[in-house]
Design a protein around this ligand. Structure first.
Ligand code: HEC
Ligand code: HEC
Length: 333
């Protein structure tokens, strides 16, 4: 086998090869789902034992550590610097350090930047995009571009990008899509579903549970002082529902095999992101300079259309999408 092992599973490849290649070094979740059966056929995994033994490799290794134990290194009491305002780790959302399929997968990010972003209406570098996540979900201050930490994040993203096709077209690159019901998402229904499916880990008040030495979380917070900010994409109902569909409840969902229905995922995301019930840090909103690039579930006027903030936030989304289509515009969400 070549030094870098790309384990792209096509149906022709016998399961035997997959098992022997991945058992030892692939991430826990990937191996857990492997044992469950065939759902992961076609998914790409990485082999961390193949990180090179040179300076670049050292930076890649630190970058991976930073993804997994972000708060330990650069959190409010960080060992190597204080940048984040909370103790969430990147991997809490970009699971398996950004390599889990359908979990805001970051394996193409190195290839995708610099990229035009509607949010800022300008072209961002990958480093600037990393700092957006440090500032919003983590309520932090940006990492200096020449810091060891920023270099490590970028080295890691470069290394994991080797495993995927350059056109970014691979299974699990995007989160699963949601089919929109005719009714609006409901925080009331979501509250009941949350108690049944989420509170056992994240707590009734969404506060999460710290790990033993409090350097991070066993179950990260969903709202409150230490949760992500309203300016984060996770605060958008559709965006969150797409992620929940393939990733939560953590103990029930299997890779690519949702546990929640689409409607349930939307209702729960509506409850989690209902600002009339749940406080978050830095409620000030960021606006999109270009309204055409504003995602339809980013619920702050002015809009390019005449739908209300309420409808943008909770739906029903179908009429909004249909209206955009009729105008010949592309709705983003
Ligand atoms: C609360 C959840 C959350 C946390 C924590 C988080 N992110 Fe993100 N991140 C997101 C979401 C949501 C997006 C947007 C994804 C999309 O639009 O599909 C994103 C996008 C990104 C992107 C752009 C990906 C691309 O290819 O366009 C990068 C890079 C990134 N995050 C890095 C990080 C890093 C590094 C950390 C830790 C310092 C981090 N994120 C923490 C939710 C999170
Ligand atoms: C068995 C425990 C468990 C259950 C049940 C569970 N989660 Fe999670 N959740 C986790 C863990 C663990 C993580 C962090 C994942 C990681 O680091 O890989 C997480 C991460 C998250 C995140 C991203 C990080 C953040 O804090 O913003 C959100 C959002 C989330 N869960 C929502 C939910 C919702 C909504 C439900 C119910 C549908 C749910 N979870 C059920 C364990 C759980």
């Amino acid at each position: 086998m070549k030094k870098l092992i790309l384990i792209a599973l096509f149906s022709a490849l016998p399961m035997l090869v997959f098992n022997s290649c991945t058992k030892s070094n692939s991430q826990t979740l990937a191996s857990k789902t492997t044992e469950e059966g065939e759902e992961d056929e076609g998914y790409i995994t990485i082999d961390t034992s193949q990180i090179p033994d040179d300076q670049f490799g050292e930076s890649v290794r630190y970058g991976r550590e930073l993804m997994m134990k972000t708060a330990y290194y650069i959190g409010p009491n960080g060992k190597n610097g204080q940048y984040l305002g909370n103790k969430m780790n990147c991997t809490n959302c970009h699971q398996d350090a950004g390599t889990k399929p359908h979990a805001f997968n970051l394996m193409s990010s190195h290839d995708n930047y610099p990229q035009y972003r509607g949010r800022e209406n300008k072209v961002l570098t990958l480093a600037e995009r990393v700092n957006n996540c440090i500032m919003r979900p983590h309520s932090g201050k940006p990492l200096p571009l020449d810091s060891k930490e920023m270099v490590a994040f970028l080295s890691y993203f470069k290394w994991i990008s080797k495993f995927v096709p350059k056109d970014g077209n691979f299974k699990g690159a995007k989160n699963l899509e949601i089919e929109f019901p005719d009714v609006a998402a409901s925080p009331e229904r979501g509250k009941v579903l949350f108690a049944e499916n989420c509170a056992r880990c994240h707590g009734n008040n969404g506060e999460g549970v710290y790990n033993a030495d409090k350097s991070g979380y066993t179950y990260p917070p969903l709202w409150g002082e230490y949760g992500y900010q309203p300016g984060s994409s996770m605060h958008r109902v559709i965006k969150q529902a797409q992620w929940l569909k393939s990733n939560m409840p953590y103990d029930k969902v299997l890779l690519g095999k949702p546990y929640l229905t689409d409607k349930q995922a939307l209702d729960i995301a509506a409850y989690v992101n209902d600002d009339s019930q749940h406080k978050r840090p830095n409620p000030k909103t960021f606006d999109y300079p270009n309204k055409m690039g504003k995602p339809i579930d980013y619920a702050h006027s002015p809009f390019q259309d005449n739908f209300s903030e309420e409808q943008h936030k909770y739906g029903p989304y179908k009429p909004i999408i249909a209206y955009w289509k009729k105008q010949g515009w592309k709705a983003v969400y």
